[in-house]
Write a protein that binds this ligand. Structure first.
Ligand SMILES: NC(=O)C1=CN([C@@H]2O[C@H](COP(=O)(O)OP(=O)(O)OC[C@H]3O[C@@H](n4cnc5c(N)ncnc54)[C@H](OP(=O)(O)O)[C@@H]3O)[C@@H](O)[C@H]2O)C=CC1
Ligand SMILES: CC[C@](O)(C(C)=O)C(=O)O
Ligand SMILES: [Mg+2]
Ligand SMILES: [Mg+2]
Length: 344
């Protein structure tokens, strides 16, 4: 089994003497900044004036321009959207980095695909939580945490590994497990996972199930509950006890259907498609497409996003969630977070 590190395995002193600039206060940024701060680390957030700036001030965090935050810090964690990082790095971060500083990321995309090329005299490491930022924060507040991967791309000071581990512990991942990786492995597995399984896989599975039922004349509300709402409840069981706990809780009829009908939907052919997705990630074809899409102001991204918003699944979901006070409450909280913490 891979070596998994926990809270007591890691010394955080190396980070205690340093100042950390968290650049960005969105999904990951607010979680890293607040978790580190509450763990007693010296944190400044780097931002432009706007919604995130106001929210960070409201949260009681020290906020400065990106340039000033970087200039006064020793460790710079870049938590801007991936597609904006190269420009902000070139104009506001790089000119303010000093030899011996550390440059850090929560995803290896820009280093791995050479969109950010750091100077040789700084450490470059990665701490990648395996969770959405709002859950990095929420689990921390609950006294739990999410797993993180750490990796070192460049070790100029000889301290990069120690720093990465202390940082991962600082955001609370010592409670869930910290695993060593490389920038290449993190980038490729993360992109594959979100495209084929966690986001692209699940959302398209849910949508296909919903459309199959509604096109066959079943009520959209029932299709929504069956294919989307209950997904969370089933996945919660997997999270708590793996496939075996989910299968223990469901009926034997469902388990038999899982065994005989599941592979009619997800099978060797699906795996072949997954291998193609992985191949595009590994070859850099996906990255190239995403970089180009951003260079021309996201015409495809925006068009698909609009279509998804108008899908019957989205509309019926809104109506049903409004009638479930407990979900509405979570949703309200989430909406506030989305408004105040940017995307995701
Ligand atoms: N989302 C997630 O859960 C995960 C993300 N990651 C990685 O973490 C990194 C951050 O992603 P994520 O948290 O989703 O990002 P978000 O889109 O949530 O965060 C955007 C933040 O960046 C700020 N920002 C945008 N442009 C600028 C700029 N020019 N100058 C200063 N601040 C700016 C925004 O502020 P403003 O309000 O002013 O726009 C906002 O605070 C990425 O590398 C991503 O791959 C890794 C694991 C999971
Ligand atoms: C699954 C999507 C993710 O990789 C994440 C939350 O871990 C992301 O990039 O947001
Ligand atoms: Mg991820
Ligand atoms: Mg990702």
């Amino acid at each position: 089994m891979a070596k998994v590190l926990y809270h007591d395995d890691i010394q955080e002193e190396v980070l205690r003497s340093k100042k950390v600039a968290v650049v960005g206060y969105g999904s990951q940024g607010h979680a890293h900044a607040l978790n580190l701060k509450e763990n007693g680390f010296d944190v400044v957030v780097g931002l432009r004036k706007g919604k995130s700036w106001d929210k960070a001030v409201e949260d009681g965090v020290d906020v400065k321009s990106v340039a000033d935050a970087v200039e006064e810090s020793d460790v710079v964690m870049v938590l801007l959207p991936d597609e904006l990082q190269p420009d902000v790095y070139e104009n506001q971060i790089k000119p303010n980095l000093a030899p011996g500083n550390a440059l850090a990321f929560a995803h290896g995309f820009n280093i791995h695909f050479n969109q950010v090329v750091p100077p040789e005299d700084v450490d470059v490491f990665l701490v990648a939580p395996k969770a959405p930022g709002h859950l990095v924060r929420r689990t921390f507040e609950e006294g739990a945490g999410v797993p993180s991967l750490y990796g070192v791309y460049q070790d100029a000071t000889g301290q990069a590994t120690e720093l990465a581990l202390a940082y991962a512990k600082g955001i609370g991942s010592g409670r869930a497990g910290i695993l060593k990786t490389s920038f290449q492995e993190e980038t490729e597995t993360d992109l594959f996972g979100e495209q084929a399984v966690l986001c692209g896989g699940v959302s398209n599975l849910v949508k296909a199930g919903f459309e199959t039922l509604t096109e066959a004349g079943y009520q959209p509300e029932i299709a929504y509950f069956e294919c989307l709402h209950e997904m969370k409840l089933i996945v919660d069981l997997m999270y708590e006890g793996g496939m075996e706990y989910m299968r223990y809780s469901i009926s034997d009829t469902a388990q038999w259907g899982d065994f005989v009908s599941g592979p009619r939907v997800i099978n060797e052919e699906t795996k072949e498609r997954m291998k193609e997705v992985l191949q595009d990630v590994q070859s850099g074809a996906f990255a190239k497409g995403w970089i180009l899409e951003n260079q021309v102001n996201r015409p495809q991204f925006n068009a698909i996003n609009e279509m998804e918003k108008n899908h019957q699944l989205t509309q019926v979901g809104k109506e049903l969630r409004a009638l479930m006070p407990f979900v509405k409450q979570t949703k309200k909280k989430k909406k506030e977070e989305v408004v105040t913490h940017g995307s995701n």
